[in-house]
Design a protein around this ligand. Structure first.
Ligand code: HGY
Ligand code: MN
Ligand code: MN
Ligand code: MN
Length: 423
């Protein structure tokens, strides 16, 4: 295939900006709340299914072929793909947080689709097969198993619960089946060792660094580690008017102490870099009933694996003593851990070269957000390309990136893919 790759290309291949921007716009309407402008396509929800159908249809119209693996990941390839190894995979996720933006994840997937389409249209065939992927449930907003799809392809099945459930206790089994996946055959979705030559993820920065510095492109050197705990606090539901204060086992007040302890991990104790409780569910959530159960999430992050472990131990210890003090039962019902990872030096060089050839100003920076790439890092060399986020905000409706930056990132992805595939 070397000789094929070296034949004269209609170089430089160009991203079709109208097409890419149209798709970003159209996918951004799916799950959009017209009042807030925010997008809610939580993984395996009805709106997520709509978004997935949109992507699969766009790929079909583009003359590409899609399939869905057992984990619900959407894999898009060239129509004449031979299943020839190794594969250069590009992508991200299209599920969102609750009331999020239209670019987080979706941009990287649609740009990957665009790269495939441009290469297919120009009949580019390098030494690698090209594949675009939309990983299932990266955010973990409804089913608290973030990175679900990328954990499966990278073989981390043992780290997933046997029966994943959403925040309301419903099994993943049916929702996964509805998108064409199957919990019983997840092992069939694991990417065999050596089958993926490289994984490239283009993403918005979600922070202020590129914009502040006036840079067009960010080359990610490391991705933060995360430990995400789902915690249940069991007290005793009782009447708010008749139960004396000293006879209560109030799950809400116990939960408040847990929330402050999580914040304190990073703010006061500085055990890890940042720590957040972003979701709280109260049961029965009724004004005149002392809450019986609270379920909350704790998201701990650090680029140092040891500090992350220390933070997890510290919060588990604190929760044990809080349970005793408050007369409640506090248990960790699910845990997802993603280690901090470095990107491939070789791929970083390739991205920098592509950016330089295209005349884009670039810097190297770490990622404080988690990404599917850090799971894939277990089975393939990975790299990430960042573009600026307006005002540095993300996971909210105000998330935005200028069109010229979106195009610059996609051009760098295309060029880097061709450099890699030509080798
Ligand atoms: O939360 C994260 O860092 C990622 O966007 N899921
Ligand atoms: Mn996100
Ligand atoms: Mn993302
Ligand atoms: Mn009553």
């Amino acid at each position: 295939s070397r000789s094929v790759a070296r034949r004269v290309l209609p170089w430089p291949l160009e991203i079709n900006s109208d097409r890419l921007l149209r798709r970003i716009r159209e996918l951004g309407l799916i799950g959009r709340n017209s009042a807030t402008g925010g997008i809610t396509r939580t993984g395996f929800s009805a709106t997520d299914r709509e978004g997935r159908d949109y992507l699969i249809n766009e790929a079909r119209v583009a003359g590409l072929v899609s399939r869905v693996d057992a984990a619900g990941n959407i894999l898009i390839g060239m129509a004449d793909g031979q299943g020839q190894r190794p594969t250069l995979v590009m992508g991200s996720h299209i599920d969102t947080v609750v009331n999020g933006g239209r670019l987080d994840g979706a941009y990287g997937v649609l740009a990957a689709l665009e790269v495939l389409q441009v290469c297919a249209e120009s009949d580019f065939h390098g030494s690698c097969e090209l594949m675009a992927v939309a990983f299932a449930n990266e955010e973990g907003a409804l089913f608290p198993q973030p990175f679900f799809g990328s954990m499966v392809v990278s073989g981390r099945l043992a780290d997933l619960p046997a029966e994943p459930q959403d925040h309301h206790g419903h099994s993943l089994r049916e929702p996964l089946k509805q998108v064409g996946g199957d919990l019983a055959t997840l092992d069939g979705a694991v990417w065999p060792a050596g089958s993926v030559a490289a994984y490239l993820e283009l993403h918005i920065e979600q922070g202020p660094v590129l914009e502040h510095g006036g840079h067009q492109i960010g080359v990610v050197d490391a991705i933060t580690g995360r430990c995400i705990l789902t915690v249940e606090i069991h007290g005793t539901a009782a009447h708010a008017g008749t139960t004396p204060m000293d006879a209560r086992h109030d799950a809400v007040t116990a939960a408040c102490r847990v929330v402050l302890a999580v914040e304190s991990l990073s703010r006061d104790r500085q055990v890890c870099r940042v720590s957040t409780v972003g979701r709280i569910d109260v049961h029965p959530n009724s004004p005149n009933t002392i809450a019986g159960v609270v379920r909350l999430t704790a998201d701990l992050r650090d680029t140092d694996s040891k500090r992350l472990s220390e933070a997890e131990t510290a919060i588990r210890d604190t929760m044990a003593s809080l349970a005793e003090q408050t007369g409640t039962e506090i248990t960790v019902v699910s845990r997802v851990r993603s280690a901090p990872v470095s990107t491939s030096a070789e791929l970083r060089t390739s991205i920098r070269q592509s950016a330089a050839e295209l005349g884009f100003d670039h810097i190297t920076l770490p990622s404080g957000a988690g990404h599917d790439a850090q799971m894939v890092a277990g089975v393939a060399p990975i790299a990430m390309i960042f573009v600026p986020s307006r005002a540095g905000v993300s996971h909210c409706p105000e998330e935005e990136t200028d069109a010229d930056h979106l195009m610059a990132g996609a051009q760098v992805l295309l060029r880097t893919a061709i450099h890699i595939a030509e080798l």
